[in-house]
Design a binder for this molecule. Sequence first.
Ligand code: G6P
Length: 602
Amino acid sequence: MCGIVGYIGNNLSKKILLNGLTNLEYRGYDSAGISILSNGNIHTLKTKGRVKDLIDLSNLDKVDGYCGIAHTRWATHGEPSDINSHPHNNQNNTFSVVHNGIIENYSDLKNFLVSKNYKFISQTDTEVIPNLIDYYYKEGNDFLHSVYKACKHLKGSYAICVISSIFPDKIIVARKSSPLVLGKGINENFIGSDIPALLEYTKSFYFINDNEFAEVLKNNIIFYDENLSKIEKKCKEINIDFSQINKNGYDDYMLKEIYEQPKSIFRTLNNLNFENLNITKEYLKSLKKIYIIACGTAMHAGLVSKTLIENLCKINVEVDLASEFRYRNPIIDSNTLAIFISQSGETADTIAALELAKVSNAQTIAVTNVPESSITRIADKVLYTSAGPEIAVASTKAYTSQISLMSYFSLYLAKLLNSINDDLLKELETDLNNIPNKIKELFDNLDSQIKDIAKKIYLEKDIYYIGRGLDYYVALEGALKLKEISYIHAEAYASGELKHGTIALIENNTTVISIITNPLLVEKSISNIQEVISRGAKTIIITNQSLNKNEFNHIIKIPEINSYLSPILSIIPLQLLAYHIAKLKKLDVDKPRNLAKSVTVE
Ligand code: G6P
């Protein structure tokens, strides 16, 4: 949710800032802007639209310098417009700020500043920050203390980078509940919302925590704690291959990431070590409940995990949306294990829920795809999916990696508890290890089949997804994929629940997609499909069962596998279907409207 970049050093900053912004665009893309120091002045250029619209601005050519900041926006306060785009400057144009987060008390601060004759031009919350810094500067503070004093009055969340024409040799950064990393170079330093944005330039990173500050100079970075006392930080080397964040010949990141799934799951399964969690049989026996908390697609992975842990380990599992959990006084104590799933490790609601679980004395585990993300520094223990950077806003490979990890984890717990028989354990272990091959098998001929179906349904207004048990959870994720990138209304329903209301919406030619992978529920599921066929529905079936082809419009066959693991396979045709429908509608698959990959505000 908003991406920020900063640069100071021996090189001209514009190209570096624009590259960084391009890498961060998945965090927000309704406007972009840049402020560069040159000839003693701040030059700010900003525009509604994408980073490429900023690059196309005719006067961008005329500006460059050795220190600058840049921003790509996901609007919170104030519509996407040139004026509301970041950076925001104080009225004298001596301080320029990029901000990720929300200043909740901006209205009070604005009133205060207006009473001191400050003038505002945008509708944003951010504009109070450069003016407040200016206010403290005029009270006689230096740059760092002016930013520090301004931050002490900000309520809400922020990661900010500030440059000043009065202090051209430094960038001041501050962070509270929004992500920010610092990259170390030689005679240059970098600032970014995340590591991949800067990987082209450095692999050495510093991480600042909430309420900390840093003065970023060309040859040095000085860190400060919340009282502005100097602190030491160790630089960490990050080993992410920059090529992983290229499209590698695919038209879109999403397609590349769909096809990467055999590899991402293989890596995830092979890089796991549960021993570090120090979980014992006695501890598991003492648990009253496991909570799994997440948002969006990660929450859907949590639902699948619930079935596995409950069925294989006989432990009660409750799954909750982080945004609900944090405000509903959940019953949680030291006999609760709370697992937080987050691809980015930065989702504001998930992090707030994690903090709540910690103060309630629950043991906490974070499952994330991003090393050194905020969640990894808060949770008691961390498990990594090794899916590699996921760039497309709609999550695909992270989801299947999360389920693979949680399936493996469920088997680990079941082994500790001795709660399933050896035959089932062996079958599940073998099938899990075989998943990458099964996905490759599934990919044979899949694309052409899905394209054919997509051509028939891409103009529809509503599509329904149904399933029972784990297939229902896959239906939820399949429908979400379609909504996210094709803007078609999609609704997922538990097959047996359809008749309690939603079936009223089924009419002649309505498309119903059904997932059927549990042999024990085939007949029940078919009966539900017959109910919609009788009302005129066109049916698309994703199944590993042998069904009568003549009864349905399309059957997509997926490889056979133990039904506990089937979600990892059955979602893949649905990911591809959403992709091809969005392509036929000529939509921007990787950057769907109104969404952002990393949601760092509530
Ligand atoms: C956003 C993304 C979704 C993602 C959700 C949770 O809404 O668009 O794809 O599932 O956030 O993100 P997380 O990084 O916590 O898994």
